[in-house]
Ligand binder design. Sequence first.
Ligand code: PEP
Length: 257
Amino acid sequence: MESEASVIIAGNWKMYKTNIEAVDFIRKLGEKIAPTKAQVLLAVPFTAIAPAAKEAEGSLIEIGAQNMNDASEGAFTGEVAAKMLIDAGAKFVILGHSERRRYFNEDDAFINRKVKRALKEGLKVILCVGESLSEREAEKTEEILQNQLKACLDGVSENDIKHLIIAYEPVWAIGTGLNATAPVVEETHLVIRQILATLYSEEVVKKVSIIYGGSVKPANAQAYIDEPNIDGLLVGGASLDLDTFDQIVNYQHHANT
Ligand code: PEP
């Protein structure tokens, strides 16, 4: 990809870490990655956004959220709005994660409304898409990705897509230890870029970052990054341990310095 952006290493902490644990992790990670040129993003639990963002100030780490509601505000008990995330210090939000689709029945239409709301309020979006194992085995990967991308990006303008990162996360590879190999991911990212090219201009599409997520570890991270169409990684389980995450981030440190 001819992107000017550096490689993105994003961590998704899911429902882990108290505020004290989050702040301690970010302080230590900030010290370790000082010279890296990788863009390091951490999606922390809602409760940790404010202290995490404060700790990350002046470092190379950006703090974000793992979800939000599509409404600007309202009587939606237990929900959190985009402007509240921004107020707490979030710079981005993960939307469409397969765990939200699976456990909370989020469909593409709802995700699409969230994407538009997030972009309108000024949050960057990491939009997750990906097929299940049975869909891949039935050779439906392209069809599934096309459906998800078209639906989730409906009404998202050429200008707004610049603030969006696509995370290809095959559902069968998330938290299972079964990672998709780098060549398979590279091929799928090309398919995603082709689908995007049916929706946006070529110039914009080549600048959209497409990152991979699914059982990324220090041992396999480099193989992905070395592929031309894999612009970064979304790391779940392996982002929870400081040394493990640092090893993934630090590959970029060596590559870029
Ligand atoms: C994720 O939660 O986005 C993810 C990719 O998880 P894991 O790295 O644990 O597979």
